[in-house]
Write a protein that binds this ligand. Structure first.
Ligand SMILES: NC(=O)c1ccc[n+]([C@@H]2O[C@H](COP(=O)([O-])OP(=O)(O)OC[C@H]3O[C@@H](n4cnc5c(N)ncnc54)[C@H](O)[C@@H]3O)[C@@H](O)[C@H]2O)c1
Length: 327
């Protein structure tokens, strides 16, 4: 069989909040046929737009088979157990987050893959890191299972790049806000859930204190950063752990005040739970001058612009669902 010379991209965790949107963005660049989506769960990808294979990222042999079967040249490794969910499944979360990454890096080394993308997180920072304008290189003493796995993962990426030349690139995503899918168990999930409650005229119970300010990013900016990083010339990539990137920063009371401009009757109460402690240990604003310098990073959305777009898009979605009888 003739080897396909175009890029063939395999995405792990493709049914998740980021995977579903990154797949669409990559399809525009590389063509739908060149995107192979995979996930441990098979209940997504309803329109069958992309080729889908069931893959548990801890299963090295199946990963190898898929890389061979589709002549994969790049992997976007998104499968993970996120910060809040990871606290109640400590052993399994660590295994998925670490073994999954090591399997992908090993496959990239063996098959000499062109590039790998793997997201890290602001969760690599901890209570001893500077809270404001947290620098790229600083004290990192994460306190969550998830944060420890991301921190270790960053060092593994650097190791595979330096020792084996694997071109693995990474971003320390902040909390990601999007309208197309629900988040999967992170500490910043409230910032998506709050919109769904407001749009459906329901009250909202916030699991963080009203003044807890965290770094966040609108999905289109997260996609833009990811593709920009992956398309940058190799010699310009100076960070081989993971890049700090800043989008916007806000607290629950700030985003709710902005949403109330559209839904003045929106009722919110605060009942902080275990996620408050996680959030308190994270930075409130990230310093990202190296990403700006290396690959020209600049977000398009601030809080005001993001809230407006979220409300417009969710209203459209709600009307469609009512028309289709989903609601
Ligand atoms: N969403 C955010 O706010 C955020 C912030 C920082 C970093 N990240 C990182 O981005 C990546 C994607 O996050 P997301 O928000 O899309 O998460 P998500 O929870 O929405 O999706 C993760 C996907 O991984 C799949 N998965 C879980 N275990 C698996 C396994 N063993 N094998 C294969 N698939 C498995 C799940 O079924 C799910 O579809 C993760 O690495 C996450 O740590 C996300």
């Amino acid at each position: 069989m003739q080897k396909n010379t175009t890029q063939k991209i395999l995405i792990t965790g493709a049914n998740g909040q980021l995977g579903s949107e990154i797949a669409d963005a990559l399809a525009i660049r590389f063509g739908t046929n060149n995107i192979i989506t995979t996930d441990i769960s098979i209940n997504s990808n309803p329109d069958k737009k992309f080729k889908f294979e069931k893959l548990d990222v801890m299963d090295f042999d199946t990963l190898v088979q898929l890389v061979k079967k589709y002549y994969i040249t790049q992997i976007y490794h998104l499968a993970a157990i996120l910060s809040a969910k990871g606290e109640s499944n400590t052993q399994i979360a660590w295994k998925i987050n670490m073994d999954g990454l090591l399997n992908v890096l090993e496959v990239a080394r063996i098959f000499n893959l062109n590039k790998v993308f793997w997201p890290s997180s602001i969760a690599i920072f901890g209570p001893t890191s500077p809270k404001e304008h947290t620098p790229q290189h600083t004290i990192t003493e994460p306190e969550t299972n998830y944060g420890i796995s991301k921190h270790a993962g960053e060092l593994w990426c650097k190791y595979y790049f330096e020792k084996y030349g694997v071109d693995v690139r990474s971003l320390r995503y902040p909390g990601i806000i999007g309208y197309k899918s629900m988040p999967g168990g992170g500490t910043t999930d409230y910032a998506v859930e709050v919109f769904h409650k407001a749009i459906n005229n329901e009250s909202f119970v916030c699991f963080l204190e009203k003044e807890t300010c965290l770094p966040m990013m609108f999905m289109p900016d997260a996609i833009k950063a990811t593709l920009q990083l992956m398309e940058e010339k190799k010699e310009n990539i100076s960070i081989r752990t993971s890049y700090n990137i800043q989008g916007m920063s806000f607290s629950p009371e700030e985003i709710i005040a902005e949403i109330k401009k559209y839904h003045p009757e929106f009722l919110v109460t605060y009942q902080p739970d275990f996620r408050q402690k996680i959030a308190e240990a994270w930075p409130s604003k990230i310093e990202d001058k190296i990403a700006k310098k290396d690959w020209n990073w600049k977000p398009d959305f601030n809080l005001k612009k993001m809230v407006k777009e979220m409300i417009i898009q969710l209203e459209v979605q709600k009307k469609d669902w009512i028309k289709e009888g989903v609601l």
